[in-house]
Ligand binder design. Structure first.
Ligand code: C5P
Length: 238
């Protein structure tokens, strides 16, 4: 069993995205997985539908859980939400870097008071946003520059890392150093199609670019044999 909140972890590097609308379908997949081969990500859809009880079930089954709710609110509210997440036993939790320094520091300080704090990472710029979207919000600069700026801000608030596209991983690795945790979605094994992802990277290429953890959804969740896919990807990246 994985130490659910270990900070010096590594394997497994795969985080399976449980993009389901109900606990029942999520658990039907989880029954076919193995906590030694993957971690799990719960996002807004499943959390809203299934609630915190599902997280406790998954933690109890030995899974490291990334609670992907991207908190973005006033510092006190985010700090309290992070503590509530920690109480559920999650391994990783995230906030929006656009919530600013005070918000990220409040989250950091709240978790520092926990016995085994979850890893705290930030979302920089949503990959769905282009330069013109940022400009409309009054945010100057090319998206990559904004991503780097927000990653540096997150690092200066002592967050553990950021969620970023695999394409951003190499520049962020050199910008933020070896210890900064990079979590990357948009991963497609060589044998899988891209689905609705625009820019994809293979697991091996993402790790070579500096990614620590790979968020993978449909290539695992829709596979006839999800465990075989996990074994194959783990072989590729280890
Ligand atoms: O099925 P797929 O592998 O595309 O799922 C990727 C997961 O990562 C989904 O939960 C998606 O919401 C999330 N994600 C993403 N791109 C981002 C951030 C998160 O695909 N930039």
């Amino acid at each position: 069993m994985i130490d659910r909140r270990s900070r010096a972890e590594g394997h497994p590097r795969i985080i399976v995205a449980l993009d389901y609308g109900a606990a029942k379908s999520a658990l039907a997949l989880v029954d076919r997985l193995d906590p030694g081969l993957c971690r799990l990500k719960i996002g807004k859809e499943l959390f809203t539908a299934a609630g915190p009880g599902l997280i406790e079930t998954l933690v109890h089954r030995g899974y490291a859980v990334f609670l992907d709710l991207k908190y973005h609110d006033i510092p006190t509210t985010v700090a309290r939400a992070c503590r509530a997440a920690a109480a559920l036993g999650v391994w990783m939790v995230n906030v929006h870097a656009l919530g600013g320094r005070a918000m990220m520091q409040a989250a950091r300080e709240a978790l520092a008071r926990e016995n085994q704090p979850p890893r705290l990472v930030a979302v920089t710029v949503l990959t769905s946003m282009a330069a013109e979207d940022l400009l409309e919000l009054g945010i100057a600069g090319a998206p990559m520059e904004v991503v780097k700026r927000l990653a540096r801000l997150a690092q200066s608030c002592e967050l553990d890392g950021v969620v970023c596209s695999a394409q951003e991983a190499a520049p962020l690795r050199s910008e933020c150093g070896a210890e900064f945790c990079l979590v990357t979605p948009g991963i497609r094994p060589a044998m899988a199609g891209p689905d609705d992802q625009q820019r994809v990277m293979t697991p091996r290429a993402a790790v070579d670019n500096g990614a620590d953890y790979l968020v993978i959804g449909r290539p695992v969740t829709r596979a006839p044999d999800p465990l075989a896919v996990l074994r194959e990807i783990n072989r590729e990246i280890d």
